[in-house]
Design a protein around this ligand. Sequence first.
Ligand SMILES: Nc1ncnc2c1ncn2[C@@H]1O[C@H](COP(=O)(O)OP(=O)(O)OP(=O)(O)O)[C@@H](O)[C@H]1O
Ligand SMILES: [Mg+2]
Length: 257
Amino acid sequence: MTILLKLEAVTKRFGGLTAVNKFSTEIHAGELCALIGPNGSGKTTIFNVITGIYTPTEGQVLLGGEDVSGKRPDLITGMGIARTFQNIRLFKGLNVLENVIVGKHLRLQSDPLSSVLHLPKYQNEEKEMREQGLVLLESLGLDHFAYDEPTSLPYGQQRKLEIARALATNPRLLLLDEPAAGMSPTDAEGLMKFILHILDYFDLTIFLIEHQMRVVMGICPRIIVIDHGEKIAEGSPEMIQNDQHVIEAYLGVSDHA
Ligand SMILES: Nc1ncnc2c1ncn2[C@@H]1O[C@H](COP(=O)(O)OP(=O)(O)OP(=O)(O)O)[C@@H](O)[C@H]1O
Ligand SMILES: [Mg+2]
């Protein structure tokens, strides 16, 4: 199996706080892998290090063998890593299609907003992006919302739209930070199908953080568990559910059950 992403002893400190401690792992091309752990265990920090928001204090992030540690977030996006955020971050003044087009601009140029504002030199490029954006929305079953305000969409669809925007950057690796957060069981069910669909349809590799165990156990063949910034377990859902360290890390943290 080809290794797409490799983290080598990644440590991230904030002053005296070690948020991530010597965290190593490999993500293989084409896999769907989950990162779980109690609140504050360092999951989002790992995504922030992978996407260049933070430079690791120590250690390395390798994408396809190339060291990307500390590179600018837009360059890392250009190299094929896209993400969504724990809290929905959609642009409120733009419609659904425009939100997706912003994702395309993030990959293609450094000035996304001026081009969405239809300055003349962008018009041809803009037309092409609109067409591509519509095709993308159609492939995800979101095209009937194309001209709506993102906030008018049902919550579950807003989460999908965030994923659509990330997909618009043509990633190889998609990082999803708690995609099912705040979703009803029915919406979460739909999201699981959606994630499996895009994994296959876009030939992706997906690394996802999630608290809803039904989602994690239901679709992720491999799970990595982090506690206090350190990896404590890695394996199949069955292995993780029976792992003593994992059970202890989650004891008394009933909202994760
Ligand atoms: N920019 C920052 N400055 C200082 N401390 C930070 C910063 N970002 C994260 N931390 C701290 O690092 C630790 C790990 O935070 P992180 O957000 O990675 O946890 P998490 O596993 O994503 O938690 P949750 O499940 O609540 O989202 C926490 O103690 C957090 O307060
Ligand atoms: Mg987090």
